[in-house]
Design a protein around this ligand. Structure first.
Ligand code: PNS
Length: 166
């Protein structure tokens, strides 16, 4: 059973594997526009997960401490199922490049077909955040590179621990 949300709320869905400073920038900006930002940890079948859904939620919660109008949820199914069942009518997605805009537009169209009336709003990555991605963070961490410029300080130890050699 999922909570019901009103008109001035939005869903910010993603894999958040792990949360990055790029994600946090979008969350902060969405939180200044909408009454409530529901950050949804969803499954992306195209990506092999590194962190468990529980760990991703835990890291998101700590990264978003201090932003009062943010809720973190997990959803195992289709995004459009979540929006239909929760009453959420707006999806926010960050775009970092023209390539992102292309794939995100397709995703917005499909989600709109599955849940008519659902709107997707794109926020451009802030300057200096367009190169940050969770997959880049995972790859850098795997090879022991410094990731402190790309992830919230609250979750840096979690990521380092996950990639620490035994
Ligand atoms: O952070 P990501 O990996 O870019 O987020 C993509 C995500 C998780 C939002 C997307 O894969 C998704 O919506 N997954 C749920 C399943 C679904 O609804 N797929 C159809 C999307 S058109």
């Amino acid at each position: 059973m999922i909570s019901q949300y009103g008109k001035h709320c939005c869903l910010y869905p993603g894999s958040f594997d792990p949360v990055t400073l790029g994600h946090l920038d979008i969350i902060r900006r969405a939180a200044s526009i909408f009454d409530t930002v529901v950050v949804g940890v969803l499954h992306n079948p195209d990506k092999q997960g590194r962190f468990s859904v529980e760990d991703r939620m835990d890291m998101l919660k700590r990264a978003c401490e201090g932003i009062p109008n943010v809720e973190i949820i997990a959803w195992p199914g289709l995004l459009a199922q979540l929006t239909r069942e929760s009453g959420l009518r707006v999806v926010v997605r960050g775009v970092r490049s023209i390539a992102d805009l292309d794939s995100e537009t397709t995703m917005a169209h499909i989600n709109g077909q599955l849940d008519p009336g659902l709107e997707t709003v794109f926020l451009p990555a802030s300057p200096g955040r367009a190169d940050v991605s969770a997959s880049m963070v995972r790859q850098l961490a795997q090879f022991g590179a410094d990731i402190s410029n790309y992830v919230p300080s609250q979750v840096l130890p979690d990521i380092l621990a996950a990639y620490a050699k035994p």
